[in-house]
Design a protein around this ligand. Structure first.
Ligand code: NCD
Length: 356
């Protein structure tokens, strides 16, 4: 089996730690790794806009001595002629040693991995997950806070649609003594399946509607953009977009050891004046993303990162996923596979739930 990276929680914490250690070593001595992927090709299939994720993956492969192919706009590929995900994946994975995919629909990377002839890395699937941003965030925490445990981490903004939030909450739930402070409007709260994951791992979370009152409690503040592209209407987005804004005044309420992270791009949720505060680490964080992606590419190509089988559930009568943003509705050939969890069934692509 090839080592796809679809959901970080499919691989073990000791594997994440090994990737973070390797990323640290690469950062300290990048030239040692300069030819490590010579002769290898990475395909990048970006069905959705990206600056940092795509360019840091591409730079990572180039710095390792490998080559890159792919598209950053599906309208310049045969996708615009109506080619399905299965065929595009089959073809480009045949040209590549590793495939990196971003797609607006939830579960798209898992669907692609079902037919790919090389490992697939999920670079963001709709509002669902973003495991490589999480590796970036973990590396930043490890380097800047010195630990991944015993942290009180605040998340603020679009916690419903923010895939970086979902993946990071799941990952930090796997380390001891972390606590989560979730700041959002009622409409943009963390989805139930992520809350269940936090609780099942024995961690706690508290939900708030104001940033001021939580600032003094935090070791880390993870700000996020309101995900305009995931809203059903312009009006719904407008109602949410300027509710939370971090500025110099709010920074005064926080500890001197706080660090502020943001996966970027920023819109207005962090005032530009905060950039000069030494606790604002979001630009440095983006730079760590390149090193961690170098480590991930090397781990997947050389050390055969083992992941679980892609579909572990079952086809249940004629059940279909009720999440309209799930990939299974547009890619109709996909088996509708579900996991059972008590009296609900969980879609294996997007984690959408429904009563049996
Ligand atoms: C994030 C994403 O695409 O989910 N950005 C990133 O990958 N660095 C966050 C966002 O778009 O708001």
């Amino acid at each position: 089996m090839t080592g796809h990276v679809i959901d970080l929680n499919d691989v073990t914490v000791s594997q994440w730690n090994a990737i973070l250690k390797l990323a640290h070593d690469i950062k300290e001595a990048p030239m040692v790794y300069a030819g490590a992927c010579r002769g290898k090709i990475m395909g990048t299939l970006f069905y959705e806009p990206s600056t940092r994720t795509q360019m840091s993956f591409q730079t990572a492969m180039l710095r390792l001595g490998g080559g890159i192919i792919g598209f950053d706009n599906p309208s310049t590929s045969s996708v615009s002629k109506g080619e399905n995900l299965k065929d595009t994946t089959k073809i480009v994975s045949g040209y590549s040693d590793i495939l990196v995919m971003r797609h607006p629909l939830e579960g798209a990377s898992k669907a692609a991995a079902l037919t790919a002839d090389c490992p697939v890395i999920n670079a963001g699937d709709g509002g669902h997950l973003h495991p490589t941003q999480t590796l970036t965030d973990l590396l930043t925490l490890r380097e800047e806070k010195g630990r991944l445990e015993g942290l009180t981490v605040g998340f603020c903004g679009d916690l419903k649609n923010g895939r970086t939030v979902h993946s990071l909450l799941k990952a930090l739930s796997c380390y001891p003594d972390n606590k989560f402070i979730l700041v959002s409007t009622d409409e943009l709260r963390v989805p139930g399946y992520i809350k269940d994951y936090i609780s099942a791992s024995g961690k706690t979370y508290e939900e708030y509607s104001s940033l001021e009152e939580v600032m003094p409690k935090l070791d880390v503040l993870y700000m996020t953009r309101i995900q305009q592209e995931r809203f059903a209407s312009r009006e719904e987005y407008e109602a949410q977009k300027n509710v939370f804004r971090l500025d110099a005044k709010k920074m005064k309420l926080a500890s001197k050891d706080l660090i502020v992270l943001h996966p970027l791009p920023r819109v207005d949720e962090i005032a530009v004046e905060v950039d000069d505060d030494p606790r604002a680490l979001y630009f440095k964080q983006a730079n760590y993303g390149m090193y961690v992606r170098m480590a991930l590419i090397l781990s997947v190509l050389n050390y055969k990162l083992e992941s679980q089988p892609l579909l572990r559930g079952e086809i249940i009568n004629d059940a279909t996923c009720t999440n309209p943003k799930c990939i299974c509705h547009t890619e109709k050939y996909l088996p509708h596979s579900f996991r059972r969890a008590g009296d609900v069934i969980v879609c294996e692509y997007c984690d959408g739930r429904q009563l049996l």
